[in-house]
Design a protein around this ligand. Structure first.
Ligand SMILES: Cc1cc2nc3c(=O)[nH]c(=O)nc-3n(C[C@H](O)[C@H](O)[C@H](O)COP(=O)(O)OP(=O)(O)OC[C@H]3O[C@@H](n4cnc5c(N)ncnc54)[C@H](O)[C@@H]3O)c2cc1C
Length: 432
């Protein structure tokens, strides 16, 4: 470990846990029977539980670790419309009508999150300050402009191009060849958002229990017996909300998601002048590379939080930290001597068609596969799953109509990850 790169109080833990430590919530005894068991207490699981509990169903949320220990307290807090692929790509693959539905769901997820946070008065540093997405070469700049101009009006979003000559108004860097600003995107504090959701889940009447892994789900007539490390619970319905942490407990879902580590660092506090220079508009930032880097200032605007994929295989947070620092300094040479205070990672879930999926298999409901952009999508899909389970209206999405694909012999261990990362890294380096 390069000690001069790390602050004396360096931690391999999310920066967010400083303000929002993970709760040690456990029930002394599990109930014998409930209407709904939700497996996984991230954004998906809690939004599902809020809907089912508010609809009057006895709901129990279980997590294998502390509540929100997965991606939902580890992410970058960047919020967007989150769909992978342009209209042209989606319509070529799925046809015009389905492409529009998919893009609408992405736009709706952002609006859903915004409305939920404001209506429910969640304290989570939510701010819609916009995104700057840098173009890593001039072809990427032209391609973004073309893709946005080609968006049908039903799914139009606000955007404007920023030329390379103007980009210092957006970012303290000459690394990019201009970029796009999406003024409606936003940022929140992931840990505070999760804490606020826990309060709403409890207020709705649902029970939550951490450190209780579900080990087996057994069919019992039209109901289920959910076996855990701490006893069994009978439930009329089961919702799986395990995303990148999906295990062999639900093998059908596990064969359909590709767990991929995403890594972030937080820097030590910066001076106001440096922070302002790096991000004059305090927008969230990302870029057009296949191996995308995403970054932003912390909510108090004092630190840079910089994330991405820097290793071919999953690695240690002390190994990813210097690699992320190096990638950060390519964009911001000003940070060459700035030290790292936190380094962490979590597992996101990619899918073979790069779309999220909601559905029911063998009577078990699931929502997962946000492909690394799940703050708004997990919230939205979780709420839709909860509405579906409790028989409420407004439960439809385009994601429920897509076949949830797997590949022959794939069991959930992505052996192809390292060659794929290498290939994308090579393409990014060649600037194609
Ligand atoms: C480093 C990083 C940065 C990211 N940045 C962004 C970003 O800036 N913007 C964005 O939109 N998205 C981002 N994401 C993705 C986003 O955080 C996720 O898509 C989202 O949080 C998924 O929520 P979830 O509830 O579906 O899953 P998670 O929050 O991962 O929760 C799944 C839970 O299931 C539990 N579980 C698994 N198996 C069992 C079992 N058998 N029994 C009980 N519990 C079980 C796990 O313990 C875990 O807590 C990022 C992710 C990471 C890791």
């Amino acid at each position: 470990m390069e000690t001069d790169l790390f602050t004396p109080d360096f931690k391999c833990e999310p920066f967010w846990w400083e303000d929002a430590p993970r709760p040690e919530k456990q029930l002394s005894d599990l109930p014998a029977e409930v209407d709904v068991v939700v497996v996984g207490a991230g954004y998906t699981g809690l939004h599902t539980a809020i809907e089912t509990a508010r609809a009057g169903l006895g709901t129990l949320v279980l997590d294998a670790d502390a509540l929100g220990y997965g991606c939902s307290s580890r992410n970058g807090g960047q919020v967007s419309t989150s769909i992978k692929g342009s209209y042209a790509e989606l319509s070529a693959r799925w046809g015009h009508t389905q492409a529009i539905r998919i893009l609408k769901d992405g736009n709706n997820s952002l609006e859903f999150l915004d409305t939920f946070i404001r209506d429910e008065k969640l304290e989570c540093d939510w701010a819609r300050l916009g995104r700057f997405s840098g173009a890593h070469n001039s072809a990427a700049f032209e391609a973004s402009a073309r893709a946005l101009q080609g968006l049908p009006k039903e799914v139009a979003v606000d955007w404007h191009m920023v030329s390379r000559a103007e980009q210092r108004t957006e970012i303290g860097s000459d690394f990019y060849h201009g970029g796009v600003v999406y003024p409606d995107h936003g940022a929140l504090h992931p840990g505070k958002y999760h804490d606020a959701l826990q309060q709403k889940t409890t207020a709705a009447g649902a029970l939550m229990c951490g450190h209780t892994a579900v080990t087996r789900i057994e069919r019992d007539g039209s109901a289920f017996v959910v076996h855990t490390e701490r006893g069994s619970v009978r439930a009329a319905k089961v919702a799986v909300a395990t995303n990148g942490y999906t295990s062999q407990t639900t093998p059908w879902q596990r064969r359909r998601v590709i767990p991929i580590g995403s890594y972030i660092i937080a820097t030590e506090p910066l001076s106001d002048a440096v922070a302002h220079e790096l991000s004059p508009q305090t927008r969230v930032m990302s870029d057009s590379r296949k191996l995308v880097f995403y970054y932003r200032l912390s909510p108090d605007k004092r630190r840079m939080l910089f994330g991405g994929r820097v290793a071919l295989k999953e690695t240690d947070d002390t190994v990813s930290a210097p690699a992320l620092h190096k990638a950060m300094c390519k964009i911001f040479p000003q940070l060459a001597t700035t030290r790292i205070s936190h380094s962490w990672h979590g597992f996101v879930a990619y899918t073979f068609d790069t779309l999220p999926h909601i559905g029911e298999h063998d009577g078990i409901h699931y929502a997962m596969g946000y492909c690394g952009s799940g703050v708004s999508l997990a919230s939205y899909c979780g709420a839709k799953m909860g509405r579906n389970i409790s028989g409420q209206g407004d439960a439809e999405t385009s994601f429920a109509d897509q076949r949830f694909q797997t590949r022959p012999f794939y069991t959930g261990d992505p052996w192809f990850l390292a060659p794929s990362v290498l290939y994308y890294k090579w393409r990014d380096q060649l600037n194609v």
